[in-house]
Write a protein that binds this ligand. Structure first.
Ligand code: RP5
Length: 166
């Protein structure tokens, strides 16, 4: 793992950005360096090769890849590197069930750590990437603990009525 982690955030299309910006936003919030790139496994395979060369040259600690439909981007990246790869299934025509199965069902030997569909998955991909980068990084571990403490504070003790909220 790089001393100062840098995360590759890849996605298959501009149309994936409204989901993947949740991932980039959290990395920003944690002040974790990252780059965002559109690299399509089927439309721009040369870009996939080029960015994976940078990954294998050690420019990035690990990769997050979001894609929809027949979502093979995360698997295509994982095929080219031994760095950890986190896959984010993007919701599309089939509400993301297609991309979920395409991303999670990697055959034995080439792992993709797949998170949930959509914005929740994009956020969790960032948090998982930070957790991996936090091995041996006390500062990042503290930031993760602080984040969870803030989450806990946001949970009300009892249900709040919405009836008179308007
Ligand atoms: C996938 O196809 C992309 O990851 C995107 O989720 C989906 C649709 O892409 P566009 O047709 O919107 O470019 O490759």
């Amino acid at each position: 793992m790089l001393k100062q982690p840098k995360i590759l955030v890849a996605m298959g299309s501009q149309s994936d950005w409204p989901t993947m910006e949740h991932c980039a936003g959290l990395l920003q919030e944690f002040s974790v360096a990252h780059e965002t790139h559109i690299i399509s496994a089927h439309r721009t395979p040369d870009r996939v090769d080029a960015i994976c060369r940078r990954l294998n040259d050690g420019e990035f600690s690990l990769a997050i890849a979001g894609a929809g439909g027949a979502a093979h981007l995360a698997g295509a990246v994982a095929a080219r590197t031994t760095a950890p790869v986190i896959g984010v299934p993007i919701a599309g025509l089939l509400q993301g069930f297609d991309s979920l199965l395409s991303t999670v069902q990697m055959p034995s030997g080439i792992p993709v750590a797949t998170v949930s569909v959509g914005a929740a998955g994009a956020k969790n991909a960032a948090l998982l990437a930070i957790s991996i980068a936090a091995v041996g990084n006390a500062d990042l571990r503290q930031k993760l603990a602080d984040y969870r403490a803030r989450l806990a504070q946001q949970v009300p003790l009892t249900p709040q009525s919405l009836v008179n909220a308007a």
